[in-house]
Design a protein around this ligand. Sequence first.
Ligand SMILES: Nc1ncnc2c1ncn2[C@@H]1O[C@H](COP(=O)(O)OP(=O)(O)OP(=O)(O)O)[C@@H](O)[C@H]1O
Ligand SMILES: [Mg+2]
Length: 369
Amino acid sequence: MIATIFFNLFSMSKKLIAIHHRPGSFSDRWIEYCQENNFSYKLVDCNKTDIIKQLEGCLGLMWHWDLTDYKSYIFARQLTYSLTLKGIKVFPDQNTSWHYDDKVGQKYLLEAIGAPLVKTYIFYNKKEALKWLNTATFPKVFKLRGGAGSSNVKLAQDKKQARKFIRKAFIKGYPHKNRLEQLKERFWVLRRDRNIAGIENLVRGIGRFFIPKQNDKFYLKQKGYVYFQDFIPKNTFDTRIVVIGERCFGARRYCRTGDFRASGSGIFTYNPLLINKKMIAIAFDVAKKLGTQSLAFDFVIDNNDPKIIEMSYCFAIECCDDAPGYWDTNLKWCAGEVNLQKFMIQDFIEALNTNKHRSLKSSKQAIDE
Ligand SMILES: Nc1ncnc2c1ncn2[C@@H]1O[C@H](COP(=O)(O)OP(=O)(O)OP(=O)(O)O)[C@@H](O)[C@H]1O
Ligand SMILES: [Mg+2]
């Protein structure tokens, strides 16, 4: 108790955490949490060259960077890792984020720890990939290393289609963002919602198709590798499982009509009775092995066995808002309000608190000795 009061006083005078604010991102809710709980925080701008100086006196940095910002691919991992060497705790830390939006990295990581990843094949050589086609079974799922909302995920029904994907991967390459797929996505949203917002969204999309955002031009082209996964049939939905600390959240996401892809369909339920417990256990186990602060998994079912298709430290800001609770590490259901960003910052502050006490304790021990 006394320790907590001391820590709170310390945090008020020392600027406990720095937050990079990007409106519309997790930082909206992190800031809200600090304000509601009287935690001292400092707004910083990670994009500025003097970021290390801005962080002077701060114990931790929270920065929600993601695939919508090309700059984060250039330096987010590098900056946050460097800060940890300086003793500044970060969210997301290296364990949590190095594999973000990197399905190639995830293949090796999940295989290395023996996690149940859907069988995945990667080739860095056209000849080798074409040779593999002779023994492969079909369909296979073709993916790019990055992307969200299923926009870079396609089905290769047969050898001929797979060959086309391989040729393009090693000759012309693929844009990181597929504008045609994104436009189709807006058509799908309009068909699903049939409202004015859907029409506006489509009109904006047509504009974006012809005139891409300036920033979109900075993403690197995807070429020189090709990624396939076994297609796991009969999945009319996938399951999104999120692990934040010792809490696990679940959603069932249904596929678009006439499509094998669920992500981005916008049709989902948080009914806990529909979430497979084996997935929760696997997710807790993988998150523990990887030592992550926040990790979302997408699962499908392969003959009764849950298989991971990919993972990501971040997700849509409103993810799980309507969930009626979560499971703890004993797989016990805990009913209650869900705000994933609040759980992230609670854990982060708690970890800072523990670190601080540990360092106060060790300096006291050093004095005693
Ligand atoms: N190997 C597979 N077998 C069957 N269905 C799959 C497979 N891989 C992906 N899918 C389906 O396609 C969807 C999109 O795949 P994936 O999650 O890999 O792409 P993404 O665009 O990165 O998604 P997200 O928006 O979740 O980041 C999944 O939600 C799932 O429904
Ligand atoms: Mg996914």
